[in-house]
Structure formats: C-alpha cells, structure tokens
Design a protein around this ligand. Structure first.
Ligand code: GLN
Length: 276
C-alpha cells in the first residue's frame, strides 16, 4: 500500500479526485503527523503511518462521514474549530458574511453582535477575535453550544464571545440591543436531496421548512426590536433565495445589499434597520 493506492480507495468510493487528494493530506497531517514539508523533502510515509491512514480512509468510506468529523476539526478563516456531528461544518462561503461584518464593525466602531444559530461558534469566534466587539451566540441545540464553548475557550476569547441556549430570540431580552444581528440560518428546503456527507450534518442546522425561507422570515420580523438605531441585519443566503429574503427585509430595512460568492451565486444580504 502507498498513498496513491489509498487515495484510489476514496476515488473508487465516489469521492472526487481533487477532494480525495486533499482529504488524504488532511488525514496524514492530523493522524500521522506527516506534512507536505515531509513530502517536499522526499520523505515517504512509513508503514505505520500508511496503516493509520488506511484505517481512517476506510472509516471515511464506510458511511461517507465527512472527513472533518473524523478529524474532529475544521479550518475556518485561519483557525481550527472543533466539530462533531452536532454542528454544521463551517463552509468557505461563510467567510464572505464574516468579512462584511468585520468591515462594518471596524468602519462604524460597533460593539455588540448577536449571532443566531451559532452552531460551532465559528462566526461568533472569528468576529470576536478580529474586532473589539462582544458577540452573543445563540442556538437551540445544547450539544452545539458545548462545542461553541470549547471553541471559544481554545481561542482564548471567552469573555468576548458568549453563548446562550435560545430558540432564535426567545431568550434574548429586548433591552439587550445589538449593532449587528448576523445569521447563517438553516436554509435548505425539506426534502432536498443531499450528498451522503451533508446528510451526516445535523438536520436542525440544515433544513428550514418547505421553501427554506422560514428562519429568514422569522428573524427579519423580530430583529428590529433587538437592533440599535441604524443597526444591521446580515444573512448568508441559500441558492436562489436572495429575492425572497430581500422582500422580507424591505419593510423594516434600508440600504439592502446583496453580494455574490466566487461562483456568482447571491451569497449574502444585509441591510440597515429603518429608524426604530
Ligand atoms: N453559524 C454556524 C456556521 O455558519 C452554524 C450555522 C448553522 O448551523 N446553520 O457554520
């Protein structure tokens, strides 16, 4: 067995070749302490490293568990976040939302952020780490909040990103006004066919009613009560959802802006609350 043969096991199981190579690299680095630098130096993985790699690859193939759950970590915006099947794996697209929030916070010197459906806490943690703002992350899942807490502790910013169990705004008080309410809510319509990997992620983090818009509607309706004058509501968007979410936002928000991701898909939307 060599790494090529082990990579082929992944490809034969239906994993796209570039993804398979990347995953082998990730598994080698994480479980075998074998890095790209070793490879550049011409050092090959030894028998022990290869047998560990094969074992992990077989685990990956068995029921198509995402590689991040096998490793227990996922890389997002310069940090490694703990992930388990209790939380959504952070996605690259979410960086667009987080970057926009950080930009707004710095430009307007904002201080209080509410992250709804915080999951692993990746959005809350990166904002807290890169700005002076304090972030409250809420989630309906206690299991997710435990992971978020581990992540904030790992990053050493416990006093700047805090977490609370709450179904949307349920346990947020109206006096707790925020400058930004941010969310990457569940946005997949129930019944959508998903890859086996995505099916391993928590359903509560993925699905949002029949049309995927339920949480955008609920959050948009309630957000004005919790926003300071001139505060922002910012969402990540699912494919094809921007015009619907824009309609929801038009009533109470102005300066509504949609931005695309690298694939040209409308990926984020944000707007400023009309005078409240
Ligand atoms: N806020 C987390 C993230 O963006 C979780 C989102 C979710 O579970 N829908 O990864």
């Amino acid at each position: 067995m060599n790494t090529q043969m082990i990579t082929k096991l992944l490809i034969d199981a239906g994993i796209e070749p570039n993804e398979a190579k990347l995953e082998v690299r990730m598994l080698l680095e994480h479980f075998c302490k074998y890095t790209e630098l070793d490879k550049c130096k011409g050092i090959m993985p030894d028998e022990v490293q290869l047998s560990i790699l094969k074992e992990k690859v077989l685990e990956r193939i068995k029921d198509r568990t995402p590689v991040q759950y096998i490793i227990g970590e996922s890389y997002f915006m310069g940090e490694f976040f703990k992930v388990t099947p209790d939380v959504l794996i952070p996605r690259d697209e979410t960086e667009i939302l987080v970057r926009e929030a950080i930009k707004r916070i710095k430009e307007e010197n904002l201080h209080n952020v509410l992250d709804i459906g915080t999951g692993s806490g990746c959005i809350a943690c990166i904002i807290a780490k890169n700005t002076d703002a304090v972030v409250l992350g809420v989630d309906i899942s206690s299991d997710a909040l435990r992971i978020a807490l581990d992540n904030v502790t790992k990053l050493g910013i416990n006093n700047r990103a805090v977490f609370r169990k709450s179904n949307l705004f349920e346990k947020v008080r109206e006096e707790e006004k925020f400058d930004i309410i941010i969310s990457n809510p569940p946005y997949i319509p129930i019944g959508t066919e998903l890859s086996p990997e995505v099916n391993k992620e928590p359903a509560v983090a993925l699905f949002a009613g029949e049309n995927g818009l339920e949480y955008y509607r609920k959050i948009t309706e309630q957000a004005p009560m919790y926003l300071r004058t001139g505060g922002w509501l910012m969402f990540e968007l699912g494919i094809g959802e921007s015009m619907y979410v824009k309609e929801f936002m038009k009533k109470d928000f102005k300066d509504i802006t949609v931005e695309k991701d690298m694939a040209g898909i409308d990926r984020i939307i944000y707007g400023r609350v009309k005078n409240n």
